[in-house]
Design a protein around this ligand. Structure first.
Ligand code: ATP
Length: 353
């Protein structure tokens, strides 16, 4: 199978500092990928390398099966047919909306150009604004035009660098889901860079979590949340707590919550120390008297739910969600039940088992 984008052990360095370390990933045609991670982890640098603005120290990048960069060759950005959308929109202020969209369509007949502009104006829902100038539009409308301009020449791949960060939070969520629909309707393959996991979940088919230049996992949002590959991913994506546990026998572990049964990976020996991930949605507060007792240390009203911070007798702390009509006060002792599909376990070096 030929992938639209394929990175093979790609490393990027500035001087002696390696800021992207042996990253490999594959993106299928029409899919939306995302690079997610904390500030400084190397997301933008990797995106710039895909665009052709940074050379590789090691490895290769291929677009549609053709190597565009390795340690010997580097095809120029304009020959890669890559589209880019930036956080500051970067529209031409003196050009109309239609002219902005048509900017990258040089070399086509006037008729073909007009047809593609009209198609994109319809797609982004701004047909009536064709003759207006960027300053006459809202931030969200300007970003839709920037997107239409980048999509116009049908790039091999569209790269979006924090495209919503200049917009207010409510608009960001709405636009992220709209942009996903637009890209899917036009069949465009794209890579988004963000540090916002909600945005990543909303837009992407495949998400890569990066830390300090390393790609920890390249996977669906569901798998990142439910089957994180490392403790870093477990911690960075969604809420959760890690507990030190010991393997008790072939199918149970001794934890601060008591003995828990579940499928354990082959070969783990009784007595081995591991870490167990518990997500807030693995825990249910009950009214039963028998069960695991915990004290409510804190609570945060979130509308439909309260996010409670609980503490076990052992001193271990964790969070859980409960419907907000079922109120518990700080200091109350509550009973809880664990409801997990799988035991999500990690070895001491932070790798999932
Ligand atoms: P942010 O979300 O803050 O933009 P990021 O994950 O996109 O962060 P990068 O901008 O890729 O991170 O930067 C990764 C590392 O590379 C950082 O330590 C940064 O200081 C360094 N870096 C980026 N560009 C250069 C450069 N031109 N010269 C030297 N170091 C650089």
């Amino acid at each position: 199978m030929t992938y639209r984008l394929e990175l093979n052990e790609a490393s990027i360095a500035f001087g002696t500092t390696e800021v992207v370390k042996r990253v490999s990933l594959k993106l299928r045609e029409g899919d939306i990928g995302c690079l997610l991670g904390p500030s400084g982890c190397g997301k933008t640098t990797l995106l710039r390398a895909i665009a052709g603005f940074e050379p590789l120290r090691q490895g290769s990048i291929a677009l549609h099966g053709k190597v565009v960069c390795d340690t010997q060759h580097m095809i120029a950005p304009e020959q890669r047919r890559v589209g880019m959308v930036f956080q500051d929109f970067a529209l031409f202020p003196h050009l109309s909306v239609a002219e902005n969209i048509g900017f990258g369509l040089r070399g086509r007949t006037a008729q073909a150009k007009q047809a593609r502009i009209a198609e994109l104006l319809t797609l982004v829902g701004l047909t009536d604004a064709a003759q207006q100038h960027p300053h006459q539009l809202s931030g969200g409308q300007q970003q839709r035009i920037a997107l239409a301009r980048a999509m116009a020449p049908r790039p091999e791949i569209l790269l979006l660098d924090e495209p919503f960060s200049a917009l207010d939070p409510e608009l960001r969520g709405q636009l992220a889901s709209e942009v996903r629909t637009l890209l899917k309707q036009d069949g465009i393959t794209a890579i988004l860079v963000t540090h916002d996991q909600t945005e990543a979940f909303t837009m992407a088919d495949q998400i890569g979590v990066m830390n300090q230049g390393e790609l920890h996992q390249w996977d669906s949002g569901y798998n990142l949340y439910h089957h994180p590959a490392t403790t870093f991913v477990a911690d960075f994506v969604g809420r959760g707590a890690l507990f030190a546990i010991k393997v008790a026998d072939r199918n149970s572990i001794a934890t601060p919550f008591g003995r828990l049964s579940g499928k354990l990976p082959n070969g783990v020996r009784p007595g081995t120390g591991l870490q167990l991930l518990i997500r807030p949605d693995d825990i249910h507060l009950t009214t039963k008297q028998d069960g695991i007792y915990a004290r409510i240390n804190d609570r945060l009203f979130q509308g439909a739910e309260y996010l409670y911070t609980l503490q076990l007798e052992s001193g271990d702390r964790f969070q859980c969600l409960a419907p907000s009509h079922q109120q518990h006060a700080i200091g109350d002792t509550v009973t809880l039940k664990l409801d997990m599909q799988d035991l999500v376990l990690f070895s001491d070096d932070g790798q999932a088992l």
